[in-house]
Write a protein that binds this ligand. Structure first.
Ligand SMILES: Nc1ncnc2c1ncn2[C@@H]1O[C@H](COP(=O)(O)OP(=O)(O)OP(=O)(O)O)[C@@H](O)[C@H]1O
Ligand SMILES: [Mg+2]
Length: 266
């Protein structure tokens, strides 16, 4: 980090407020996964919308929930909008992980909201949205995030949301409105994106990545018959991140962890 005169002064004297704040730790949103934060040169820049891409079972939901649980432990409230899994199933799966604590939910630090229930309450067809429906849903989403004053937001998944829109044009409009909405909020976002296995693409509709400040890909590699999970940061605006593909593991005790992916033997 560069120390300009004002910052060096304030550090020396302790009490002076800086006129223009330097980029310090508090501009970074830690993911809660130590090795990933290192790869991100500290964490996700606050305010970024990150597309978490992977095929079914690649760990998108687990990583997103670990991100919210970590935020809660740091005093940052989060909201998880689920559209793929019903709430009871999601919490049941998460209870297997040590990072997940019911108290985070009970205390209101992690809020899980089923978007299908919201759609239902709004009187929308939960399977097919019109332009107006999508817009109403976006408004509610923003209201909830504002009201709860969340610092971390997850939509699981953006693919399932777009699936309910009936044309590419509607999806395009929705994605750009969502992007504008997220940009106006003071929080860091993960949008999960489902893609078919072993395909090099970041989204189902080819539009979702346009509003993303960051893209993280979860995948697999075959090492002599062993399928190894991988994680790679494709882009992350505002930080000098690594682009190396790492081996990723999921365990009840530690949730998601990363380790170097050995290049030999493949
Ligand atoms: N307690 C656990 N310990 C180790 N691995 C686990 C545990 N719970 C789940 N997993 C692994 O994580 C995978 C599911 O991860 P997750 O639900 O986060 O994936 P996802 O990308 O969200 O999948 P989907 O696209 O189906 O929603 C499971 O298929 C399993 O292999
Ligand atoms: Mg999932």
């Amino acid at each position: 980090m560069k120390e300009d005169g004002a910052y060096a002064y304030s550090k020396k004297h302790g009490e002076r407020k800086m006129e223009s704040e330097p980029v310090t730790e508090h501009k970074i949103c830690k993911t809660g996964i130590e090795e990933l934060d290192l790869k991100l040169d500290g964490g996700i820049p606050i305010g970024n919308a990150v597309l978490m891409v992977g095929s079914s079972g690649s760990g998108k939901t687990t990583l997103s929930m670990q991100f919210l649980a970590d935020g809660a432990k740091r005093g940052e409230r989060g909201v998880f909008f689920t559209i793929t899994e019903p709430l009871f199933k999601l919490t049941k799966n998460m209870e297997n992980f040590d990072f997940y604590d019911k108290k985070l939910i009970e205390s209101g630090m992690v809020n899980i909201i089923d978007l299908r229930i919201i759609s239902d309450r709004l009187g929308l067809d939960t399977e097919k949205y019109t332009v107006e429906d999508a817009s109403a849903l976006l408004d509610v989403l923003k209201d909830i995030a504002d009201e709860l004053n969340v610092k971390r937001l997850v939509i699981d998944s953006i693919t399932a949301l777009c699936y309910r829109l009936q044309s590419k044009e509607m999806i395009r409009n929705f994605i750009f409105k969502l992007g504008a909405s997220l940009a106006s909020m003071d929080c860091t976002t993960i949008l999960t994106s489902e893609v078919p296995p072993n395909e090099i693409r970041y989204s189902q509709y080819g539009i979702e990545e346009f509003i993303a400040d960051g893209i993280i890909c979860l995948g697999d590699v075959d090492r002599r018959g062993d399928i190894i999970r991988t994680l790679q940061i494709i882009k992350m605006r505002g930080t000098a991140h690594s682009r190396t593909k790492d081996a990723m593991s999921i365990s009840s005790k530690n949730g998601i962890e990363l380790a170097p992916l050995l290049k030999s033997g493949g």
